[in-house]
Design a binder for this molecule. Structure first.
Ligand code: PGA
Ligand code: ZN
Length: 434
């Protein structure tokens, strides 16, 4: 029995220099676990509530002392003596203590910190790494990483409306070689940008955000970089997109403000994505191609393009089992983005993953744009068989921490590690361009 003996919490800083919460759990046995909670910028409207102090005298209102206080004063007395390995009971207790539908009272940041730290303490007590402790089978899959190397939208001051252009090295035989090919492509891209006189400083997630001229220029640059690094666009390195369309959806239309002023309907957007999939066959995955409030558009998008590409729901599902179940019933998307802090407990996150599996949806686990050196998502991916991971570009410590953790896990597993590779996209029949 892994009885919780004590709980502590602390206000720390994330990668943007904003406050976030760290929670630690100690068990009777002396085993401990700690979790640092990330924070998003382009958040979905229905995400669980992140509790911030709102006290403008500290951190511009972004302090998390209230969330820290909730862990110490409200959650600690209620969970001391509970079994940390009974994750479901613990998470149900946290949800009941909060009492709201979106965790607004105690804060999803406070609750997730406790939920994850308890899992880590229970793993430590068994002297098992987190990925083994949470493992749902004894076959271990290393996820395909999606590296966000070129940015537009809210993440960049340029003429690109779409937020993320990612490279996914599907052709590599191992995770280590996947990481290597991505790093080489990242450096080739830097070189190309430099020669063209573009800026090569990086944004929050480590991607470049130069002053590009159009929505398509990033595609051309990535194709060139992949070839320059000696790989094949498509079968070797796929290009995946997250335009984050909720960010430019206004009054029922998609408004392109950055690439020249123009408005598009849902139907126009579906046509645009259909064209892109034809013209750029190396695209395997499209996340948030339409907005979170455009359910009817999403249904038609899935009908028309669901057989051609992975369509990932991020803002529209917000890792919420109820919303996701409704989306499945309505034929929305064929893949889900998993962010633990969108929902706030390990148990509800596992529920979403299970729903995805039983309904033929693929899964992508994701960091947030505000991160820490916490590597939980790497272990979580391997434990649950999530086949893809988004943890930013191939630089910045808080991004690389996750990829390095996956290298460590692959090394530790040796022959038992299987890299997900191109199998992930085998159901979407694309002809590679090369
Ligand atoms: P975030 O967004 O800023 O909310 O973390 C990243 C994403 O849209 O996937
Ligand atoms: Zn997204």
């Amino acid at each position: 029995m892994s009885k919780i003996a004590s709980l502590d919490a602390l206000e720390i800083l994330d990668s943007r220099g904003n406050p976030t919460i760290q929670v630690s759990v100690s068990l009777d046995s002396g085993a401990t676990g700690a979790a640092k909670v990330p924070s998003g910028a382009s958040t979905g409207r229905n995400e669980a509530a992140e509790l911030r102090d709102g006290d403008l005298k500290r951190y511009g209102g972004k302090g998390v002392r209230k969330a820290v206080g909730n862990v110490i004063k409200i959650i600690r007395p209620a969970v001391i003596g509970m079994d940390a390995s009974e994750q479901k009971l613990l998470d149900e207790k946290l949800i009941a203590l909060d009492g709201t539908t979106n965790k607004a009272r105690l804060g999803a940041n406070a609750i997730l910190g406790v939920s994850v730290a308890a899992a880590k303490a229970a793993a430590a007590e068994r002297k098992a790494p987190l990925y083994r402790y949470l493992a749902q089978s004894d076959s271990y899959v290393l996820p395909v990483p999606m590296f966000n190397v070129l940015n537009g939208g809210r993440h960049a001051d340029n003429n690109v409306d779409f937020q993320e252009f990612m490279i996914a090295p599907i052709g590599a035989p191992t995770f280590a070689e996947a990481l290597q090919s991505a790093s080489e492509t990242f450096h080739a891209l830097k070189d190309i940008l430099h020669r063209k006189g573009y800026e090569t400083s990086v944004g929050d997630e480590g991607g470049f955000a130069p002053r590009l001229r159009s929505n398509e220029e990033p595609m051309e640059l990535l194709e060139t970089a992949i070839h320059k690094a000696g790989y094949r666009a498509g079968s070797g390195i796929a290009i995946n997109l997250d335009p984050a369309a909720s960010e430019f959806y206004e009054g029922g239309s998609y408004v392109f403000k950055k690439s020249g002023k123009s408005k598009r309907s849902s139907e126009d957007m579906i046509q645009l994505w259909a064209d892109w999939l034809e013209r750029y066959p190396e695209i395997r995955s499209l996340e948030d191609g339409l907005a979170e409030d455009d359910w009817e558009g999403w249904r038609r998008l899935t009908q028309q393009l669901g057989a051609k590409a992975q369509l990932v729901g991020d803002d529209i599902f917000v890792t919420n089992p109820q919303i996701f179940a409704k989306g499945i019933r309505e034929g929305i998307a064929n893949s889900i983005l998993i962010k633990l802090n969108q929902i706030g407990t390990v148990t509800e996150t596992l529920h979403c993953i299970k729903l995805a599996r039983s309904n033929g949806y693929t899964t992508v686990i994701s960091h947030r744009s505000g991160e820490t050196d916490d590597t939980t998502i790497a272990d979580f991916a391997v434990a649950t068989g999530i086949e893809q991971i988004k943890a930013g570009s191939v630089c910045r410590g808080e991004r690389i921490a996750k990829y390095n953790r996956l290298l460590e896990i692959e090394h530790e597993l040796g022959r038992d590690a299987h890299y997900a590779g191109s199998d992930v996209y085998s159901r979407w029949k694309h002809l590679p361009k090369d």
